[in-house]
Design a protein around this ligand. Structure first.
Ligand code: ZN
Length: 234
């Protein structure tokens, strides 16, 4: 087993993989974990590049207490699922492993798709979301984009629209017709590692944003929140 320390998107963290695990390097060539060297670059599923800082062989037959704790920590032990590999992906991981093509959808996906913890267990401060982005296109084709995450006061859809309104001079122009609201993306950890899931809009957001929503599914969360927003129908 190898302990690989790497940096990605300004974050330094660890992953644990077998020597035979396959990565894709920055030339899109398949490389085994055993052949990686300090300074090599490998590709994450979201397209980001990770730089290898250090590789240490660890003996999992005689692990010390610290290593046992790290190996049991799904946040570290499953970090390699974040990277492009040759092995087929499990059904569980498929849905959100591929980054969305739509640039608007990519914003909340990438906000959700960041590590939560540093190698020492300290939080990175990257909130898991759910994250949503909202776009307004004005009459002459200028694009304005806002984004935000859910909290106790509002849903992520509300947060994105509130941020969008901060960036637009005349908020009275915004309607359900000229605003597009992305799906919601949330980071989760499971036995299979870090996953990005989508959440369908709640009934309030469905009522408040209607045709502006990209996600046509109806969620079953109907939590009352005081800071909700809405968009009028033109
Ligand atoms: Zn909602």
């Amino acid at each position: 087993m190898l302990e690989i320390k790497y940096t990605i998107d300004d974050i330094t963290t660890l992953m644990y993989v077998d020597q035979v695990h396959i990565f894709s390097n920055f030339n899109k060539q398949w490389v085994t974990a055993a052949s990686l060297k300090t300074g090599d670059k490998i590709i994450a599923r979201n397209g980001s590049q990770a730089s290898i800082l250090r590789i240490v062989e660890v003996d999992t037959r005689k692990p010390n207490a610290e290593l046992v704790a790290k190996l049991r920590d799904v946040k570290l032990s499953h970090n390699h699922h974040f990277f492009v590999t040759q092995q087929p992906q499990s059904a569980l991981e498929v849905s959100c492993e591929q980054p969305p093509n739509d640039p608007l959808e990519l914003i909340p996906y990438q906000l959700a798709n960041k590590p939560s913890y540093l190698p020492n267990g300290e939080p990175t401060g990257h909130h898991s979301g759910p994250w949503v982005a909202a776009k307004y296109v004005d009459e002459v084709g200028n694009e304005f984009i806002g984004w935000g995450r859910a909290n106790d006061r509002h849903c992520a859809e509300d947060a994105a629209v509130i941020d969008l309104k901060d960036k637009v001079a005349d908020v009275s122009l915004l309607t359900q017709q000229n605003v597009t609201i992305s799906h919601a993306y949330i980071r989760k950890y499971s036995k299979r590692g870090r996953l990005i899931n989508t959440m369908s809009p709640c009934q309030y957001c469905r009522d408040n944003y209607g045709m502006a929503l990209n996600d046509s599914r109806v969620g079953n969360s109907n939590v009352v929140k005081p800071g909700r927003d809405h968009l009028p129908i033109a």
